[in-house]
Design a protein around this ligand. Structure first.
Ligand SMILES: NC(=O)c1ccc[n+]([C@@H]2O[C@H](COP(=O)([O-])OP(=O)(O)OC[C@H]3O[C@@H](n4cnc5c(N)ncnc54)[C@H](O)[C@@H]3O)[C@@H](O)[C@H]2O)c1
Length: 102
């Protein structure tokens, strides 16, 4: 399946890597360009056992890629949203992207 994960923090990054390790084609998306730059170089942005090994393995196999852009979201079979929880009444800085292919 083509899977997109939006938000690559403590939840989203391990999910994106695990989905790709299971054989899916995964695009990880985050608004933080510095984070995306590091991940594109297979540099882990969180401390987690085996993360670097699995990043290199799945990026090299072209199952896992990273972007700041939502451009490819229309190709996704599954979209996982793992961005921050709103901290303020009314939504705070939370933005939810909704995609429809119809
Ligand atoms: N960490 C946990 O143990 C845990 C447990 C249960 C639930 N959660 C929930 O999971 C969600 C993610 O938690 P986390 O710990 O991974 O947070 P995090 O802060 O580590 O990561 C969130 C990521 O989302 C990105 N982001 C925020 N808004 C974005 C947007 N509009 N577009 C693209 N990227 C965006 C941020 O740049 C950041 O990299 C939260 O809602 C949290 O409440 C976390």
């Amino acid at each position: 399946m083509n899977m997109h994960v939006i938000g690559l923090g403590y939840v989203g990054l391990p999910i994106a890597i695990a989905f790709s390790e299971l054989g899916n084609v995964v695009v990880g998306i985050d608004k933080d360009k510095e984070k995306i730059d590091l991940l594109q170089k297979c540099e882990p942005t969180i401390a987690e056992a085996k993360l670097k090994h699995l990043l290199i393995k799945n990026v090299t196999a072209k199952r896992l890629s990273f972007s700041t852009s939502l451009e490819s979201i229309g190709k996704a079979d599954v979209i996982t949203i793992a961005v921050d929880t709103p901290t303020l009444r009314g939504g705070g800085r939370f933005v939810m992207y909704i995609h429809s292919s119809t």
